[in-house]
Every structure is written in structure tokens, then in C-alpha cells.
Design a protein around this ligand. Structure first.
Ligand SMILES: [Zn+2]
Length: 142
């Protein structure tokens, strides 16, 4: 679900399940869920493990190390609030711990600089007053 703030930027809608996720980002931590039954880890927040459907999960804090799985570069604004930042990338990022999320790679002006598997580092940035997880290129992370 998406809500709009007064600036027009679409913002996430918090619910009971996702509230700890957004609160942790405000505190400088990126968290994900890990299943206590099978060990699978995932994003975004959901009530049951997507692999074994057990509800015995716990929050874990991500290391911040990640890698670039895929991306596209938007040359068309599909929401008017993003028109002034064209072109921009939308990326699939995989945390070292396994979960994947849709994000942006910051600090890369030339889309040609993006490479499959490139190491990334978490960069919590504010968008419309909300802390969101973005990523920046990183030196090789082990
Ligand atoms: Zn499981």
C-alpha cells in the first residue's frame, strides 16, 4: 500500500507487521525476518515464512553488506513526484543474509557504472521524512 505525503512522494503505509521495520530504519538499522523453523530469511515483512509457512520468526539486523542482482534505469516518470530525478535506477538488491528487496543505488550518476554482482553497502536515506534503505557501491565486502 502506498500513501502520498503533501510533497506528493509516495510513502510506505505502516501496519502492525511492518512498523518495527520502519522504526528500525529510523534508528539506523535495516532488519529482516528469519524463520525459526527452517532458517529462511526474507523481505518484505509478512506474517508467515514464505517457504514453510510457519509463523515462528524473529527480526534480525542486516550487516549492511549486499550485492546488485539486477536493475533498470527509468527515463520516464511513472509518478509525477519523480520527474525531476530522471533518469534514475530501480534495483534488485540481495542482502548478504539472503533477503532481496527493491531499492535504488545512490551515488552513481552514470548508469554504465552499475554491474551485476557489484558489492553494495547500506545507505539509509530520508525520502519525504521517512528513512528508507538505499545502497551505494562498496569496496569488495567479504
Ligand atoms: Zn520457514
Amino acid at each position: 500500500m502506498i500513501a502520498e505525503n503533501t510533497a506528493g512522494v509516495p510513502l510506505p503505509v505502516r501496519d502492525a507487521l511492518s512498523d518495527p521495520y520502519w522504526t528500525a530504519l529510523e534508528d539506523g538499522r535495516h532488519i529482516f525476518q528469519r524463520c525459526g523453523a527452517c532458517g529462511h530469511a526474507w523481505l518484505p515483512p509478512r506474517a508467515e515464512c514464505p517457504v514453510c509457512l510457519q509463523a515462528a520468526w524473529a527480526w534480525e539486523t542486516a550487516s549492511g553488506d549486499a550485492r546488485l542482482i539486477s536493475w533498470v534505469v527509468y527515463h520516464t516518470a511513472f509518478h509525477p513526484a519523480f520527474a525531476d530525478r530522471l533518469p534514475y535506477n530501480v534495483a534488485v538488491v540481495e542482502l548478504r543474509e539472503g533477503p532481496r528487496l527493491i531499492s535504488n543505488i545512490s551515488g552513481v550518476d552514470d548508469p554504465e557504472a552499475l554491474q551485476i554482482e557489484m558489492p553494495l553497502r547500506l545507505s539509509i536515506e530520508r525520502e519525504g521524512g521517512v528513512a528508507i534503505p538505499r545502497y551505494v557501491p562498496a569496496p569488495e565486502n567479504g
